[in-house]
Design a protein around this ligand. Structure first.
Ligand SMILES: O=C1O[C@H](COP(=O)(O)O)[C@@H](O)[C@H](O)[C@H]1O
Length: 250
C-alpha cells in the first residue's frame, strides 16, 4: 500500500525546525548561536569538531560574526559542503569565501581543509576528499553542516537537472563530482564537488541559512510530496537524526 500524500507532507514538515527572525541582525545572532552550540557539543565529546560550510551569496555575514565568537577554535576543523572548479583565489571559489569571512579574528586558529585544492583535477579532488573522509571516528565529530539553498531548490551543489544528480543522491561516498551544465542557477560554475546525502547524514546537526520570501516559498514547496530530483533540498530534509534547523529572515 502506498503512503498517503498528506502523511508524506506532514512527515517532511516535521523534519524542519523554523527559526524565523524579524531582521538580518536577529538572523545572524540566531544562526551564530546555532553553529556555536553545535560546535561546543561536538568539542565536549571529541578532540576535534568539524564544521562544513556552504558558499554562495547568503552566509557571509553569519560567518563574519561567527569568527568573533569565543570558542576553542584550534580544535575546530573547517571544511566545505561544496565548491566550484575554480582557482581558489577566484571570486566564485567557496574556499575563498571561507578564508575571507570565517577564517579571521578568533577563528583564524581553526584548521581549514579545502576540497578543490586537494588534487590537480576535480575528479581527483573528489577521490582525495573521499579517501580522507574522517568519519566515523572516536577523535573527531562532524558537529555541524551549514547548508544554503538556491531558488531552484538545490542545496550544496546538488542541482535539479544535473547530469549525474541521480548517482550523487544515492552514492554511498561522502562527495561526488557534479556536472551542472544547463542548470541556470549554477551560472558559469558548471563543474562542482559536492557533499552527497550520505556525507550529510554523518553530521550531528544540519542548519539551513536562507533569506527572503522567494526562498521561503521554495522551501515550503519542497516540504510537499515529491522527489529529491526535483528539489534536492528534500534529500537534506528527509535524512534520519536531528531535524533540519532553518534560519530565515525577510
Ligand atoms: O552555488 C551555490 O549555491 C548555494 C546557494 O547559494 P546562494 O547564493 O543562493 O546563497 C550555496 O549554498 C552553495 O554552497 C553554492 O556553491
Amino acid at each position: 500500500m502506498s503512503t498517503p500524500t498528506s502523511v508524506v507532507a506532514s512527515a517532511r514538515a516535521a523534519r524542519v525546525v523554523w527559526h524565523a527572525a524579524a531582521n538580518e541582525s536577529g538572523w545572524i545572532e540566531a544562526a551564530v548561536a546555532g553553529v556555536r552550540d553545535a560546535l561546543q557539543a561536538g568539542l565536549a565529546e571529541a578532540d576535534e569538531a568539524w564544521l562544513l560550510l556552504s558558499g554562495g551569496t547568503t552566509p557571509a555575514p553569519v560567518y563574519g560574526a561567527l569568527a568573533r565568537q569565543a570558542l576553542d577554535w584550534a580544535q575546530v576543523v573547517v571544511s566545505l559542503v561544496d565548491d566550484r572548479d575554480v582557482d581558489p583565489a577566484a571570486t566564485g571559489s567557496n574556499a575563498r569565501l571561507i578564508r575571507d569571512t570565517l577564517l579571521q579574528d578568533r577563528a583564524a586558529s581553526a584548521r581549514f581543509v579545502p576540497l578543490r585544492e586537494s588534487a590537480p583535477t576535480l575528479d581527483a579532488a573528489v577521490v582525495a576528499s573521499n579517501a580522507r573522509w574522517p568519519f566515523p571516528s572516536a577523535r573527531a565529530t562532524f558537529a555541524v553542516a551549514v547548508l544554503g539553498m538556491g531558488d531552484d531548490g538545490h542545496t550544496a551543489s546538488l542541482f535539479p537537472g544535473a547530469a549525474n544528480l541521480d548517482a550523487a543522491l544515492v552514492s554511498r561516498e561522502p562527495y561526488a563530482a557534479i556536472d551542472a551544465t544547463g542548470c541556470p542557477v549554477a551560472g558559469a560554475w558548471t563543474q562542482r564537488i559536492s557533499l552527497t546525502p550520505s556525507g550529510l547524514a554523518a553530521a550531528r546537526r544540519r542548519l539551513l541559512l536562507i533569506r527572503g520570501a522567494d526562498k521561503r516559498a521554495v522551501l515550503e514547496r519542497a516540504l510537499t510530496p515529491g522527489d529529491a530530483r526535483d528539489a534536492p533540498i528534500r534529500a537534506a530534509i528527509d535524512l534520519q537524526g536531528a531535524p533540519l534547523d532553518v534560519f530565515w529572515c525577510p
